[in-house]
Design a protein around this ligand. Structure first.
Ligand code: AMP
Ligand code: MG
Length: 412
């Protein structure tokens, strides 16, 4: 049996990042930046006020205090969005709003709460140092600064930065479009009530959801029958997309034709028994430069195989470098028994506590047990060689969604 890591590295060696496209800045959220972003202007663009108050020359109020305020002549009002009407000379002040440009001559702003207006005069009750409450031009970034590098994943912070630099559209890596095909004569579509012997095509939905959850686009091609011709027809459609994902028909059953048909279609097919549980049978090939994954039919097997092999491949195609789920140690809250020889990806419920990460292995680890997948938020990675893990032992976990980082109370 092929070790999981080897299967993964063979797969990833065949997968390349897609080309780039230009999209509007908000649509770039979650995508990988395909250009360096250099600021065409500084931020802030000019020295501006951090407070509502009075712009003044700090030397005029250096000694000011509650008992001995400085009295300055207010020469005009300066709201945000306006430009100064003239410089501030000795003994003068300008009523200024947050964000307005600091007039020439002024080098500080006193907040309005520390002043009192008396007609044309303002009294300043606080000692002012040079630069007080002034945001300096370029203190965030200067014109010509590289503010985001190519390869960065665009988060809300990057969108904010792009907007600040005036970038309305941006060059990003394309998102892969993956076709999902479910094979099996037993399958009926979700709208059909299954007759005896039939089951609903769960995997088509589960795998499309996983594709979307990976930031890629999913095309559900529905069900292909367990015949060579039927598979051929559907796979001919599937190979038009960036990535081909099938479920079922890859084991050693009499009707498991997926790998044969993909081979007939010109794919250099590899078929492995991967040393993992669930998800042992796996077919992988490349058709016209596009990766094709033949995942096992059992719903949990297909999900686990997707998580370990397809998701990293889709992220690589999308230009990501951080393509793996982070794994980390957690304390096991119940024992686990397993057979040595295969890595087990056990469904677990992971919680973050003040004592650290705790993970509970769930009852019902069969590859058709969808209810435990629903309760789980992480895989417990039980290594190939071991046959038992004890309660209290430290194991590695691989959370597969962000719910573990969410809470029902704010925590502060
Ligand atoms: P196979 O790998 O085709 O032999 O399928 C293994 C098991 O997974 C069988 O019990 C199938 O009925 C089940 N199965 C295959 N495809 C699907 C699917 N799309 N949705 C739900 N169960 C499936
Ligand atoms: Mg089948």
């Amino acid at each position: 049996m092929l070790p999981v890591k080897e299967a993964l590295s063979i797969i990833l060696a065949e997968v390349r990042p897609l080309e780039s496209e230009t999209v509007d800045t908000l649509s770039a959220l979650g995508r990988v930046l395909a250009e360096d972003i250099t600021a065409a202007r500084p931020n802030p663009p000019w020295d501006n006020s951090a407070m509502d108050g009075y712009a003044l020359r700090s030397e005029d109020a250096r000694q000011a205090s509650k008992d001995s305020p400085a009295a300055l002549r207010v020469i005009y009002d300066l709201p945000a969005g306006s430009t100064p009407r003239g410089p501030v000379n000795k003994g003068e002040a300008v009523r200024i709003m947050t964000g307005a440009p600091v007039p020439d001559g002024a080098d500080a702003v006193v907040m309005v709460e520390k002043t009192e207006a008396r007609g044309e005069t303002v009294l300043v009750f606080e000692a002012i140092r040079p630069g007080a409450n002034v945001r300096k031009s370029g203190e965030d970034f200067a014109s010509g600064d590289m503010v985001i590098r190519e390869g960065t994943v665009i988060r809300p912070a990057e969108v904010l930065m792009l907007a600040t630099t005036g970038k309305a559209a941006v060059c990003v890596k394309k998102r892969p479009v993956a076709a999902v095909l479910s094979t099996g004569d037993e399958l009926v579509d979700i709208e059909t009530v299954p007759s005896p012997g039939k089951i609903t095509n769960s995997n088509g939905y589960g795998l499309c959801a996983l594709v979307k959850d990976s930031g890629a686009e999913a095309v559900n091609l529905g069900i292909a029958p367990d015949t060579r011709q039927g598979l051929m027809d559907k796979l001919t459609e599937a190979v038009k997309y960036d990535c081909i994902i099938t479920s079922g028909g890859v084991s050693v059953g009499d009707y498991d034709f997926v790998k044969d048909v993909l081979k007939e279609m010109g794919s250099e097919m590899r078929f492995w028994k991967v040393a993992m549980k669930p998800g042992k049978p796996l077919a992988f090939g490349v058709i016209g430069g596009r990766p094709a994954f033949g995942l096992p039919g059992n719903p949990i097997s297909s999900m686990v195989a997707f998580e370990q092999f397809v998701r990293p491949a889709l992220l690589k195609m999308a230009g990501r470098k951080d393509i793996y789920r982070r794994t980390f140690p957690a304390i096991l809250t119940a024992p686990i028994k397993k057979k040595p020889g295969r890595v087990n990806f056990l469904r677990g419920s992971l919680t973050i506590t003040d004592e650290g990460f705790l993970v509970k292995p769930l009852e019902g680890q069969g590859s058709g047990m969808i209810s435990t997948m629903v309760q789980a938020n992480a895989f417990i990675i039980a290594p190939e060689g071991v046959s038992a893990l004890e309660e209290g032992e430290v194991v590695h976990v691989q959370p597969f969604d962000a719910t573990v980082l969410q809470a029902v109370t704010p925590g502060y």
